[in-house]
Design a protein around this ligand. Sequence first.
Ligand code: SAH
Length: 249
Amino acid sequence: MPRTHKSFPRLYVTHGLAPGGTVALDKDQTNYLINVLRLKAGDSVILFNGRDGAWLAKVADPHRKGATLELVVPTAHQSPPSDLWYGFAPLKSARLDYVVQKATEMGVGVIQPVLTRFTQVHRLKSDKLDANVIEAAEQCEVLTIPVMAPEVALTDLIATWREVHGLRRLIVADESAPSGSPVEQLEWLRGLPVGILVGPEGGFSDDERKLLLEQDFVVPISLGPRILRADTAAVAALALVQAIIGDWR
Ligand code: SAH
């Protein structure tokens, strides 16, 4: 994607973005633009809302308690949401934030926490996860915001997969899969809807691996001869899929 206006700050807003519109910022957004970035009247900002593409806006009123921006011109058309589904066993706080941000940067459309036998974390703070997704989206200039889905148990995910996902194949990063060429393991999936599932630090239990491997929609892949940390595996698996059958092509 050509990099346009890379020097302007990018801000996600929930407002509609249309010609001649103005956007009244909330307290946090005002604080970021006016107090942190010290923007002045007339300074430029790129706004996006996940629906109306990206817009160049200018600071109309830099009021410290509530700034107002006026929309100038669209700078990018809205891109379609990504069809890539990403499931992972939630990790402890900083690494959880990391995985949610990396999944967003790597272009997933749905981020789905999956509770497995050895998952370390069972209660997720959705507002914190949402904030990580927005922050990553602003930074990496995506225009669509991935859906942060509520957590689901692995057994329920598998039991409802066909009815929810239809033909979508589930690529499972299986640390016990025989080492093989990921290119061969993935190439035949090109053009099909896919999801990726990465397990917890403790790995999948034997029962879980058995359940997964007996599903005809599951495609187990190896991520090489070494055991990766779950957050390393997240980025490795996403990079493989995006490079071989995804939108990096
Ligand atoms: N504690 C487990 C490893 C878990 S690694 C053990 O020692 O066996 C955490 C997750 O990352 C795994 O569930 C798997 O989804 C993924 N992963 C790590 N290394 C991998 C590899 N070499 N191949 C495939 N998946 C891997």
